[in-house]
Ligand binder design. Structure first.
Ligand code: URA
Length: 435
């Protein structure tokens, strides 16, 4: 393989044979091919795109740059969900134990937050003692004992993605559908789950802002899964407005516990059930979506999913009392400040991007990968579209390090909530299901 010939071929719009893609990626992962040649290829892919077969070959090469977990022969089918990330998206914390309660094994490898969107690992690490870096044997043991486990990516899983993602970040080649597909799937497929459900978010609080972009990513993820022999489906979901009433880390854990106890905001509950039902039907646990939804609703309401969450927290070293009394166990902020409505009316819109920016400034998110986050920072008690509001009623509560910090963000937070005179209905949460 002559790297400049491969780059030239892609530059001129030709499809690359799988063996050239494999050779290029393995040379890069092994440190035998310089960053400048990899960046040139990434830029050529950015402009010229890739066919479904090329994307599958790229995914396969990145997947096999490291260890691939194998759960064949396990008594339970393995399945997982991947979300492209959104404001207030704490679904994984509920979905993993709920899917386990239904009979699936969920070996979930999650990420940290960057930019406006929070990461599942950051949320879980707000639970005292919770360990997201388990060795291989412990990972398998927790999965076998509880039916679910949530950890971070290790150096051994898809190392080519780690290296390539850092390069894409500084060469303006992140927003390329084939590169995003291979990046997401090389990590997800390394977990060994045979069924995957994607929550591709779309809107101002998401990575993909428009519906056509989100649709193109979902189609690419599904085509590649099919080419690689995995069962998969995707839900395109709205991310114009935050999910649930909390955004941050500890506050989102507390809300997830609430949903696991059969309570919590209706949007959180509905989306968790829709995604988990897709997983259980695809994996053959339930015959159809209606039965799946009924069974899963029962597992939320009878405390089985909550009990599995509690066991998973304990098995991963966390203080399991968080499932009984989140407020007492989770870190508390230095100050809280209620932001109240200046007028009566109906909530027409809660701007996910504006809320994300406020939460980032409160310290709950990262601008750079090495930033430290404040686990207690965030927003709770957030109103939702469609609610009637009286003048002076709290619209949201800021959790900040100090009252001065909260005061400085009061106006920006209030501006995220639009109140109008006429009653409103929240738009559809699930925009489309693609199987
Ligand atoms: N998330 C990933 O894991 N990779 C990308 O390229 C983009 C989003």
């Amino acid at each position: 393989m002559i790297p400049q010939w491969v780059i030239e071929k892609k530059r001129d719009g030709h499809a690359l044979p799988p063996e050239e893609i494999r050779a290029f990626v393995s040379a890069y992962a092994a440190g035998e091919l310089p960053d400048y040649q990899m960046s040139a290829l990434a830029m050529a892919i950015f402009f010229r795109g890739m066919t479904a077969a090329e994307t599958a070959a790229l995914t396969d090469a990145m997947l096999h740059s490291g260890e691939v977990l194998d759960f064949s022969g396990w008594p339970r089918p393995t399945a997982d969900k991947h979300s492209t990330g959104g404001i207030g998206d704490k679904i994984s914390l509920i979905l993993a134990p709920l899917a386990a309660a239904a009979g699936l094994a969920v070996p979930m490898i999650s990420g940290r937050g960057l930019g406006l969107t929070g990461g599942t690992l950051d949320k879980l690490e707000s639970i005292p003692g919770f360990n997201t870096r388990l060795d291989h044997a412990t990972f398998r043991r927790v999965l076998a004992e509880t039916g679910c486990v949530i950890v971070g990516q290790t150096d051994h899983l898809a190392p080519a993605d780690r290296k390539l993602y850092a390069l894409r970040d500084v060469t303006a080649t992140v927003p390329s559908i084939p590169l995003i597909t291979a990046s997401i799937l090389s990590k997800k497929l390394a977990e060994g789950a045979t069924t995957l459900v994607f929550d591709v978010k779309c809107g101002r609080g998401a990575f993909m802002r428009t519906r056509p972009e989100a649709h193109a990513l979902a189609a690419s993820l599904l085509d590649t899964c099919r080419a690689m022999g995995r069962r998969a489906a995707a839900l395109l979901t709205d991310m114009e407005q935050p999910l649930g009433r909390t955004v941050g880390n500890a506050v989102e854990v507390a809300e997830a516990v609430d949903v696991l106890r059969g309570r919590g905001p209706a949007d959180m509950r509905a989306l968790t059930l829709a995604l988990t039902a897709k997983m259980t039907v695809l994996a053959g646990i339930h015959p159809d979506a209606a039965i799946a939804t009924r069974e899963l609703t029962a597992r939320l309401d009878d405390g089985r999913a909550w009990e599995i969450f509690r066991r998973m927290v304990a098995a991963q070293g966390g203080d399991a009392r968080v499932a009984d009394d989140p407020q007492r166990i989770l870190p508390q902020p230095g100050a809280t400040l209620e932001v109240s409505a200046l007028r009566a009316g109906h909530v027409a819109f809660v701007d996910a991007e504006k809320i994300g920016r406020v939460v980032l400034q409160l310290g709950a998110g990262r601008r750079r990968t090495d930033d430290r986050i404040d686990p207690a920072a965030g927003i709770s008690g957030l109103v939702q579209c469609g609610e009637a509001i009286v003048r002076g009623q709290p619209l949201l509560r800021l959790h900040a390090r100090s009252i001065a910090m909260a005061e400085a963000l009061r106006a920006e937070a209030a501006a995220a909530v639009e109140i109008v005179d006429v009653p409103q209905q929240r738009p559809l949460l699930v925009l489309e299901t693609i199987a």
